[in-house]
Design a binder for this molecule. Structure first.
Ligand SMILES: NC(=O)c1ccc[n+]([C@@H]2O[C@H](COP(=O)([O-])OP(=O)(O)OC[C@H]3O[C@@H](n4cnc5c(N)ncnc54)[C@H](OP(=O)(O)O)[C@@H]3O)[C@@H](O)[C@H]2O)c1
Length: 193
């Protein structure tokens, strides 16, 4: 049984559909409930086993309610996919960025993902196996950012890059500090068809 954040559209939706097609029960963690209802209906109409879960990862009460719903229904969680994220301002040089832009991007991409993961740990531990899959980005790689041969050394979206670097650190930290598997999916660019 899987919970995916930000699954009402984009990659999260595709991840939900793919896992459900392989027999997983999937909670569609939705930030936008109207889109979430549409997404759930589309998948249920295809005979897939999915349910809607309101999930704003910047709202601790909302996270706690979502985890309680999963606990009440199943008592455990096999896989948490931390997919929710925001791009932040584009072409944002560090000299032009503002603290507010950084805080806003970090609130979702880092603090929100950490809060969600932290809250899900007890349920993941109750599963026979527990996996945390965190969608980060090549844009968060310090190795690529400092490699002149890499295209990522030329891209500057400072708030997004910094938030994904922090997320990489979080993913590694969880992999060292829990009985669960913590994996990082470092994507370059994905075109959805
Ligand atoms: N697409 C790429 O090329 C690419 C490359 C590398 C990494 N990634 C990463 O992959 C993930 C998905 O990307 P995507 O392209 O599918 O993005 P997307 O289409 O913008 O989807 C992101 C999802 O996260 C949701 N979200 C935003 N704020 C949230 C919050 N506070 N709580 C819960 N959900 C929230 C969005 O909801 P709303 O629709 O309501 O805003 C949306 O459903 C992101 O973490 C992104 O950084 C993407």
């Amino acid at each position: 049984m899987t919970l995916i954040t930000g699954a009402e559209r984009g990659m999260g939706f595709v991840e939900a559909k793919t896992l459900a097609q392989h027999g997983q029960f999937v909670f569609i963690g939705a930030y936008d409930m109207e889109l979430g209802q549409k997404a759930v209906k589309e998948l249920q109409d295809q005979g897939l086993d999915v349910a809607l879960l309101h999930c704003d990862i910047t709202d601790q009460q909302n996270i706690d309610d979502a985890i309680k719903t999963v606990n009440d229904k199943f008592g455990y969680l096999n896989i948490l996919i931390n997919n929710a994220g925001i791009p932040g301002p584009q072409d944002a040089l560090p000299t032009k960025s503002t603290v507010e832009e950084l805080r806003k991007t970090f609130d979702t991409n880092f603090f929100g993902t950490y809060a969600m993961t932290r809250a899900a740990v007890p349920l993941l531990k109750k599963a026979s196996y527990g996996k945390i899959i965190t969608i980060t980005s090549d844009m968060g790689s310090l190795g690529l950012a400092t490699d002149p041969k890499s295209m990522f050394s030329h891209i500057i979206s400072f708030p997004y890059q910094a938030s994904k670097t922090a997320l990489n650190a979080m993913t590694v930290a969880f992999s060292r500090n829990s009985e669960m598997l913590s994996l990082m999916l470092r994507l370059t660019r994905l075109t959805l068809v």
